[in-house]
Design a protein around this ligand. Structure first.
Ligand code: UD1
Ligand code: UDP
Length: 376
């Protein structure tokens, strides 16, 4: 029997690994063990609950205002004995967080093969996003199963020298996840009503602009500019803005201090995934630097203004759903006004094709994993 140890630690990894774990658990020949690092705490627990995943191991490493070195060393030292105890045939990691990096290194030191979900994303700039570009490049140097969400990410891996037998285009598992939860929301009237109860009271006649922001390279200046843009945008009466604020102390401090106390700006705690998905379904457009949201927006046909200078997901920009608007208030505001005032621009962005897959990424990943490790 194949034994797979799945390691993750943050909200987006949970959302994007959940479809893979659910699919692994459907396969009789695989034993799946879940280890969370607890790099995130409340946000991780919320996401686990949505998918009914109960971890077998929890390293519980989160500390308020934690450092990259502190997290990396805690994960390396605490995950190593778990891998030694479980003795998996393979470790699975996702994306580009500190958990991804440290879990891969711990596995590498023990000679355990690593499979990387969402491999091959690159901006080409080691400092943006920081430290994620370094993390994902590091894992892709030695993981021997590289699941690329798109043809473009697969090509990047091949150009870097990864053997073609190790690379498979699967689509992004976030599409599997968002389709799963939005389908649930659409079918279940009682669930929808319960989710709406917990959300800020919104005027249905107004246009909802949903906002998130958390990138380390935007701390200080970039986030302050976003706030300035939103303060000006909120002067328009037909708008309502909702921002579920990421709990990173650097984000909370800037956002709470700089956003004006207007009745059409709602700051909330991070939302659990079902509630956030329900809100996305109502959004007119999204302003965000989130990786996952850039991938979900085209699935839901919602334009997204990406408050970054570079993206490792250029597919959404090429397809038309996402626009890179940087972090200056003027550019953010200009793009927002264009979406509000020019129906042709809005329609073109909203109706662009989804480049991130068909919702069957997890099946492809698990099929290839089983085939590879059975042969080994
Ligand atoms: C991390 C990832 C980033 C990912 C993001 C998703 C790294 C280096 N960064 O950034 O790639 O895009 O998660 O959200 O891996 N906190 C809480 N509760 C939580 C989570 C965080 O209070 O549930 C606070 C803590 O004070 C914590 C701080 O946020 O120390 C920072 O968390 P951390 O995981 O280091 O960084 P993120 O900004 O969340
Ligand atoms: N998300 C959520 N609640 C929120 C904000 C975001 O569930 O309040 C979801 C979002 O739909 C996406 C994921 O969290 O699936 C993105 O996480 P985040 O932006 O923290 O990280 P990134 O994707 O940038 O690494």
């Amino acid at each position: 029997m194949q034994k797979v140890l799945v390691v993750f630690g943050t909200r987006p990894e949970t959302i994007k690994m959940a479809p893979v774990i659910l699919e692994l658990r459907r396969r009789p020949d695989v034993r799946t063990i879940v280890c969370v690092t607890g790099q995130h705490r409340d946000m991780l627990d919320d996401a686990l609950k949505v998918f009914g995943i109960v971890p077998d191991h929890d390293l519980n490493i989160m500390r308020p205002g934690q450092t990259l070195a502190g997290m990396t060393s805690a994960i390396l030292s605490q995950l190593t004995p778990v891998i030694e105890e479980v003795r998996p045939s393979r470790v699975l990691v996702h994306g580009d967080t500190t958990t991804t990096y440290a879990a891969s290194v711990a596995s590498f030191y023990l000679g355990t093969p690593v499979g990387h979900v969402e491999a091959g994303l690159r901006t080409g700039n080691m400092m943006a996003p920081w430290p994620e570009e370094f993390n994902r490049r590091s894992v892709d140097m030695f993981a021997d199963l590289l699941w690329a969400p798109t043809e473009r990410s697969a090509r990047t891996l091949l150009d870097e020298g990864s053997p073609s037998a190790n690379v498979l285009v699967t689509g992004n598992t976030v599409v599997d996840a968002i389709l799963l939860v939005t389908d649930k929301i659409r079918r279940d009237d009682a669930l929808r009503a319960r989710l709406w109860e917990g959300l800020p009271r919104l005027d249905p006649a107004k246009k909802l602009v949903l906002v998130t922001g958390h990138r380390r390279e935007s701390f200080g200046g970039g986030l302050a500019e976003m706030c300035e843009a939103l303060n000006q945008l909120a002067a328009r009466e037909e708008i309502e803005i909702v921002w579920p604020v990421h709990p990173n102390p650097n984000v909370v401090a800037t956002v709470r201090e700089r956003l004006s106390r207007r009745s059409n700006i709602h700051l909330t705690a991070p939302m659990e995934y079902l509630a956030f998905a329900a809100l996305m379904l109502k959004a007119n457009f999204i302003i965000s630097d989130s990786g996952g949201i850039q991938e979900e927006a085209p699935t839901l046909n919602i334009p997204v203004l990406v408050t970054r200078n570079e993206t490792e997901r250029p597919e959404a920009v090429s397809a038309g759903t996402a626009k890179l608007v940087g972090t200056s208030a003027g550019r953010i505001l200009g793009a927002a006004y264009e979406l509000l005032d020019d129906p042709a621009v809005y329609k073109k962005m909203a109706e662009s094709p989804n480049p991130f897959g068909d919702g069957r990424a997890a099946v492809r990943i698990v099929d290839s994993l089983i085939a590879r490790d059975r042969a080994a």
